[in-house]
Design a protein around this ligand. Structure first.
Ligand SMILES: CC(C)(COP(=O)(O)OP(=O)(O)OC[C@H]1O[C@@H](n2cnc3c(N)ncnc32)[C@H](O)[C@@H]1OP(=O)(O)O)[C@@H](O)C(=O)NCCC(=O)NCCS
Length: 308
């Protein structure tokens, strides 16, 4: 790529961002997977916050703004290191040259502030060749699904909301899940499974569904009625969030997960949820193969390590 000397990068202001935000909005407005909270007004509020409080730059060519990159400053982004997180609506560029110039300035500023990681989310479909070339790796994938009603009358698999009295029966599966998520190749920070289970069972916004084969608990799935994972504009008050989900190892790959998808859909339809949202680690191949069969992959988050 030839250097483009006509591209300037300046701090983002409410004035130089105005037209670009509208452009972003009208470009993404066609995305049928976005929730009804994706409005120009909401977008302007979020962008306004980032202009005032985040790390925010605009690229200008011949006096016309052609791209922006904004981000939240996060104290602990990855591995307890500080970084900047750029959500999908906080990055817009008319061509790769524009992104390149923006990032050049962005990294310089991040280095000065001792931020070691940059994470960016892009809505799908997105051709990621260029950002891979810039040193980013895929890390998290978000998915959405519109539930429908299934008629199920022959199943030995069922789901039931767990209660505190289920603690001892659920704990071994929570432990198995925790070990799986904190081991190679995923390496998420290990949580204390008994503390986590205790908290989640008491949380009024969450339901721990027991997944049962006949009367035996063979898995669990945590759903969140208030906070769904994934991008902000993929969830609204009618979205049910799907958090940790686990089928005991010896029961995996027997279509139990698939049945759970149907049972959860029925729960959603019966309880007024029109959309489901999930996110998962891209290096968790079991999760990727499973969720992508049933959910639309709506966004991908990439991370770059800038060094200390
Ligand atoms: C992801 C998970 C919940 C899926 O449940 P499951 O009951 O195994 O899923 P199913 O049997 O319905 O399989 C669905 C698909 O996943 C894939 N899959 C599941 N287990 C697999 C395995 N061990 N090897 C290869 N593929 C597998 C299959 O391709 C299958 O496709 P198919 O429907 O065309 O046969 C389960 O594998 C699990 O608990 N994994 C560990 C924890 C985890 O990763 N949770 C998700 C992130 S929180």
């Amino acid at each position: 790529m030839k250097p483009n000397d006509t591209l300037m990068v300046v701090k983002a202001t409410h004035e130089n961002m105005k037209d670009l935000v509208s452009k972003y909005y009208y470009k993404q407005n066609q995305n049928s997977y976005l929730a009804k909270n994706f409005t120009l007004e909401a977008l302007n509020t979020d962008i306004g916050y980032l202009i005032d409080k985040g790390l925010s730059y605009v690229s200008i060519e011949n006096e016309v703004p052609v791209g922006y990159i904004l981000g939240y400053k996060v104290k602990e982004l990855f591995f307890n290191n500080p970084g900047v997180y750029t959500p999908d609506f906080a990055v817009y560029f008319e061509n790769n040259q524009v992104l390149y110039r923006l990032l050049e300035v962005y990294y310089e500023k991040m280095k000065k502030l001792n931020f070691t990681h940059h994470a960016m989310t892009f809505l799908t479909p997105f051709h990621d060749d260029f950002i891979i070339q810039l040193g980013y790796g895929l890390r998290v994938i978000d998915g959405v699904r519109f539930p429908k009603k299934y008629i199920i009358n022959d199943s030995e698999i069922s789901i039931k909301a767990a209660e505190i009295s289920d603690f001892n029966n659920l704990l071994p599966i929570f432990k198995e899940h925790n070990l799986y998520m904190s081991s190679s190749p995923i390496f998420l920070d290990a949580e204390d499974p008994s503390e986590e289970l205790n908290e989640v069972l008491k949380d009024e916004h969450k339901i721990v569904f027991k997944i049962l084969y006949k009367l035996e608990i063979i898995g669990f799935s945590i759903v969140d009625k208030k906070y769904a994972p994934g991008g902000k504009y993929f969830k609204d008050s009618e979205t049910l969030g799907v958090k940790g989900t686990h089928i005991k190892r010896k029961y995996q790959n027997k279509q139990i997960g698939r049945r759970y998808i149907e049972l959860l859909d029925n729960y959603c339809v019966d309880n007024g949820y029109n959309r489901l949202a999930v996110d998962f680690e891209s290096m968790n191949l079991l999760a990727v193969t499973f969720w992508r069969k049933h959910y639309h992959l709506s966004a991908k988050t990439y991370v770059k390590y800038l060094g200390k």
